[in-house]
Structure formats: C-alpha cells, structure tokens
Ligand binder design. Structure first.
Ligand code: ASP
Length: 458
C-alpha cells in the first residue's frame, strides 16, 4: 500500500484542507500566518542587531541566500501552477459564454479599483502635502546621493513608452509557448495559452479528452502539494528576507538609516495612509456590498498571502499562496485560476496609488504646482503605468518614470524617494495581492455563486 503524500504536508494554515480538496488530519502546529509573523519579527530583531553590531555583511553572505532560495521556489511553481490550474479550471466550465463574461467583469473591476486607488492617492497627497516637509538642503542631499540609483529604470520605461498603444494585446499572444513558459515575466502569455487550450479541450467531446482532463487535474494536485511543501520553510524564508533587507538598508550604521527615514517619514506615511484607506474602506465596502462576504474573515483568511507579499515584495512570488487563500475563501477554481494570475500581472492598486503620491510629492518638493489637468493626466498615466508594472520588487518605481514625464517633471526626481522605496514596495504589494483576491471574490459572486460559501455573511 502506498502512503498518501498529501498527508505528510499539512496545508498552510493547518485547517486540514488543501487545495487538492483532500481532507487531511488536523495538524498540531501553529497557523501559517502566525509562523510567518514570528519569522518577520525575529528577522527584524536579527537584522537590527546585525546592523548595530557591525556584522551586516555576514547576514548578507549567509542568511540572505535562504530568502533568495525561498522566493525562487515560489516563482518556480508559479508558471506551472497557472498553466495547469487554469486548464483544469476552464475544462470544468459548462458554458463557454461564461468565460467571456467572466473576463469582462474581471477587467471592469480591475480598472475601476485602480482608478479609485489613484484618486485616493491624489486626494491624500494634496491634503497632507508631504513635499512641503522636505527641506531644500535635504532635497539636494538626497538628489546627489541617489542620482545613480534613479537612472536605472529610465531605459525600461522608455521601451514601454515606445511600444505603442496596442503593445499589451500583441504581447499577450506568444509565438512560442516554450519561450513563454521559461520566462516568469510572460505570465499573461501563459494565461492566454492555457485559456486557448482549455477552450479547445472543452469543445471536443468528453470521450475524446478524458485522458487530457485527468492529466491536468492530477498535475494540478501535484503542483499544489509542491506549494504546501515550499510553505513548510516559509518562516525561515521570511526571516532571511527581512533580516537581510535590514542589513542591506542600514548597513553597519543604523542611525544614518533612521535619519533618512525621518526625512521622508511624512511622504512614507502619506502612501501608507492611502493604502490603509484602500484596504479598510474600499475593499471592505466592496466585499460587504457586492461579495456577500465578511471583510474581517476575508482579511483573516488572506493573512498568509498578505504577509508573504510583505516579505517578498512580489505579487508573482505570492501567487501560489494567493490561489490557496482564494480557495479557502470559497472562490471556485475556474474563477480564481483566471482572476489571480491576470491580477498579479495587470492589477496593481497599491502600485498605482503609490505612483500618484510619489509624483505629486516630487512636484511639491521641487516647488512645482500641478493643476487639475496635470492631476487628471496622473490618473490616466498611473493607471497605465501600474498595468505595465511587473509583479516583482521595485517594478512600480521603474514605471513611475512614465507618470513623471507625463506631467513634465524631471525623472531624476526619483532620487528623492529611492531611500524608502523598498519599505513602501512591501506595503503596496500587500494591497496589490489583496485587490486581486477581492476581485476574485466579487467575480465569483457575480458569476452566480450565492456567496463565497465558506465566509458568507457572519
Ligand atoms: N512589487 C510590486 C508587486 O510585485 C510591484 C511594485 O513595484 O509596485 O506587486
């Protein structure tokens, strides 16, 4: 008799149910979100002591690789998971028309929430005016110190700008699926191929496709088990990520880092305030009104994905766990496997909000007044720039170049915000992945589910 491998790896929150739908024995371990939180807390303490004790380079040499391996493992399963689970999900659909209406509704929610995020960012930054708190001396100092760091993104943003208005459509259709499968940045192309293949499979009579359907269903279960296996080392992974981040940022002189944070604290708090409004007001209200879902339970179930997004600053790396959380939220397979990979690539509410705040902050710091026309331009370009930002660390700052140029600001102004970008990246990525899951809940309900079964109105 062979042993069931699933039972050796309790699902991430120990609730005894993995995505494969198999019941597992109750695991006697702490819930995943708690273990990740402990990893973050210990990583913070360890990183700070390494910096104060002058051994931050040791952390970078010996601890950082653990975090890198953890993130690589998550990215490793992301593309196979999207391919297999999307084909599996689509072949389970009864009706092809459902697919196009699901696509339309998903894109509509993505667009509306992104525009809402940019608008919230603009209102808050105009109210708090963080740029006025940055002294001229500090501004020039930051400019001189981070000039080279801000130049890096210019080329990538230029390529994006020159590609033309329909570039996104062209880029979605791969000319070689093996090329797409071997590049993490080609997630949309993999989504396209999986949808195409899923539609073809379901168009043929079931008697002719039994083998293929079974194959994808079984592969799906295998990859989900791999995700659970990877999540066993999540606490160690986030510990390594957070401690090395601090060692990197603060070096052996933590006071200098504290001073830098102090100078940019009003700006950073403005971004954080916007992100909080987005989560606690906009998402919570939409979930309550249109998702028939208790926001508190939603955030509770989402916490492993949110903590992972915070630790990795990457929507792509968080995707496998976000898919698992969506399952626990009761989102059906065909919906979550469609909405979440798409969202990880194009729906970045946190990023768009941050880009709006950063642009106006830079304008304020340089004493430029942005009128209504400029602010409207920001709504448009920040929406586009966030769609174009990849789900990887720092992508939002690269695409910020486009927003700055659209209102005639010098791209070198990015030097003013580089110092705190990684910290804000962690926070905006949390909002990015939460927005994707929220959309999945809404679409799930809109597509006919009475409620997200497991978290219906408390
Ligand atoms: N790190 C973000 C993400 O992966 C993108 C950004 O830089 O804003 O979602």
């Amino acid at each position: 008799m062979t042993k069931d491998p699933v039972n050796q790896y309790p699902s991430q929150d120990g609730d005894g149910l993995s995505q494969s739908g198999q019941t597992q024995p109750k695991a006697k371990r702490w819930p995943m979100h708690l273990r990740i939180l402990i990893g973050i807390g210990l990583g913070l303490a360890f990183g700070l002591s390494s910096s104060a004790g002058g051994w931050s380079s040791w952390v970078l040499d010996w601890v950082k690789p653990v975090g890198t391996v953890f993130v690589n493992l998550l990215k490793l399963v992301a593309i196979p998971l999207v391919l297999v689970s999307l084909v599996d999900g689509v072949t389970g659909l009864k009706d092809l028309r459902k697919l196009s209406s699901m696509g339309g509704r998903t894109l509509l929610i993505f667009l509306m929430t992104t525009v809402c995020a940019v608008s919230i960012g603009l209102v808050i930054v105009n109210l708090l005016r963080p740029g006025d708190y940055l002294s001229e001396t500090k501004r020039d100092e930051l400019r001189a110190r981070f000039a080279s760091a801000s130049a890096g993104g210019l080329d990538k943003a230029e390529v994006f700008k020159e590609e033309g208005p329909l570039a996104a459509v062209i880029n979605m259709v791969p000319e070689n699926i093996f090329h797409a499968l071997s590049h993490n940045s080609s997630m949309l192309q993999v989504v396209f191929f999986a949808l195409f293949m899923g539609v073809a499979i379901m168009t043929l009579p079931a008697s002719q496709t039994n083998l293929v359907r079974d194959l994808f269903g079984q592969l799906n279960r295998v990859i989900l088990l791999m995700v659970d296996m990877i999540m066993v080392i999540a606490p160690a992974g986030v510990f390594a990520l957070i401690s090395s981040l601090i060692a990197d940022f603060a070096g052996d002189n933590p006071w200098e880092a504290v001073e830098l944070l102090g100078a940019l604290s009003v700006y950073a708090l403005t971004v954080v305030a916007g992100l909080i409004v987005m989560m606690l007001l906009v998402y919570a209200t939409l979930l309550r009104l249109f998702g028939n879902c208790n926001p508190l339970e939603f955030f509770g179930i989402m916490s492993p994905a949110q903590l992972l997004a915070f630790s990795t600053s990457s929507s792509n790396a968080t995707l496998p766990v976000n898919l698992e959380c969506a399952e626990k939220l009761g989102v059906r397979e065909e919906v979550r496997t469609f909405v979440l990979p798409l969202g990880a690539t194009v729906n970045m509410d946190g990023t768009s909000l941050y880009q709006a705040v950063a642009t106006v902050f830079i304008a304020q710091a340089f004493g430029h007044d942005l009128g209504w026309a400029d602010q409207l331009t920001i709504v448009l370009t920040a929406t586009l720039a966030s769609i174009g930002s990849a789900g990887v660390p720092g992508a939002g700052m690269v695409m910020l170049v486009i927003v700055l140029q659209s209102v005639g600001l010098e791209t070198a102004g990015i030097a003013l915000i580089v110092a705190v970008d990684r910290i804000l990246d962690m926070m905006r990525t949390v909002v990015n992945v939460t927005g994707d899951a929220m959309t999945a809940v809404l679409v799930n309900r809109w597509m006919g589910a009475k409620s997200t079964d497991k978290i219906s109105e408390a």
